[in-house]
Design a protein around this ligand. Sequence first.
Ligand code: NAP
Length: 476
Amino acid sequence: MEADPSHGRIIDQVPHASKEDVNEAVDSAREAFPAWSRLTPADRANMLFRVADLLAQNSAEFARLESLNSGKSIKQTTDYDVPYTVDNIRYLAGASRTLEGKAMAEYVSDGTSAVRREPIGVVGVITPWNYPLMMVAWRAFPALAMGNTVVVKPASYTPLTTLELARLVEKVGVPKGVFNVLTGPGGEIGEALARHHDVDMIAFTGSTEVGKRLSELGTENVKKISLELGGKAPFIVFDDANLEAASEGAVVGGLVNNGQDCANATRFYIHASVAERYQKMLVDRLRKVRVGDPMVPKTDMGPLVSESQRDRVEGYIQKGLQEEGKLVYGGGRPRVEGHEGGYFLYPTVIFTNNHASPIVQEEIFGPVFTVLTFEDYDEVIDKSNEVVYGLGASVWTKDVTRAMNAVRDLRFGTVWVNDHVPVPSEMPWAGYKQSGHGASLSAYSLEEFTYIKHVYFDLTGKTRKSWYYQVYGAKE
Ligand code: NAP
């Protein structure tokens, strides 16, 4: 049953797939694989372009459905989630025609070699609730573009746009069995996919905890596993930073997607000499954030996705305050007229210098800004790296040398300088450490969904090659 988190009301129902449905979907994907994988990249790309075109034509409806089901503001889904997803699909479809293999003759005397990239087979795609539509584009579409077939399991809170997308895929004529969707609990359906011997790869985006579980389950048939997991991004403000820009960027970095983004700025390391001034600028801006009905165009921040997610975030706020944290702003639930059952929460700022506190170390996945101070470069880099995650980080300074040193020293898959959040379709999005491995977007994500095959060609036409004596017979 799918809820509208701005009311807490049920808005739709989707099937609870059975184990038999999992087997049927995998069989169907397996059957469709040979023909789909033998199409030219251009033929596949043309179909995927048509999906992107249809998505663009229906963008208002997808934006509405995504906001309704997830609580994201309608301005975010209209101007970011949907058009960006269209761009992601177009990029991946086009780029799939450009991948090259190496051809090299210089390493051997009697032959030459080439590298082929070939699809892996049936890919199980398991997606999270925070970007329901976009994460399908990031994980299923590079797989499809490279000739794999997919079985997608969307998050239970937010399956609606994935199901609509499946209708578009069918409409453009993608053959039956190439793109399958199963709805139901991750512990059952996700695990069944991860255990299935006819699933060749799992592409998972979600929490680190479930990512670890899937790594274990996949070992039985040595599945390839690509993991895009949690984050805990540092946002480092040096003493020479443009503080206006750094406070404006903090609101955006901290609150994008209602604070439920794996790249959200969450740990704000502010140089001690500017900390007081900066904190005031940040709070002044947060006061202007309009929390409310996500379907109203001027709303900046809608509700969190579910009651349990709000409970979890509030639990972290309490823990942070118990462990030496000082509440600077927010901390409570706003009253939103007409939405009394909604899961709203104010953006919340907590000041602490207890680096071991759970609000500093763990992924909260909510609109909570933890502000800390630092004195010097080495200290802030060490602290930034001192968490298990390594997804995104940002550095705010006018000093190019300092920025470039930080880019090198921060153990994160993306480092922004004087901004936080942008991820163009052409650039990789990948984790370090427990934020996972493998990449989304860019040509690297296309490679992720291929095996590499070495092909060796004899160039001599001789019965005995020059090196055969090493195994038997005499050297000629
Ligand atoms: P989650 O709890 O890990 O769930 C993600 C998906 O896995 C859902 O479809 C879920 O199904 C399924 N699942 C749950 N338990 C499973 C199991 N035992 N076996 C197989 N599948 C299982 O994550 P979430 O709460 O939806 O999403 C938030 C997390 O995603 C955060 O940690 C965030 O950082 C991460 N994320 C990372 C990226 C990235 O690019 N690195 C992007 C977006 C989100 P149910 O919904 O049915 O439980």
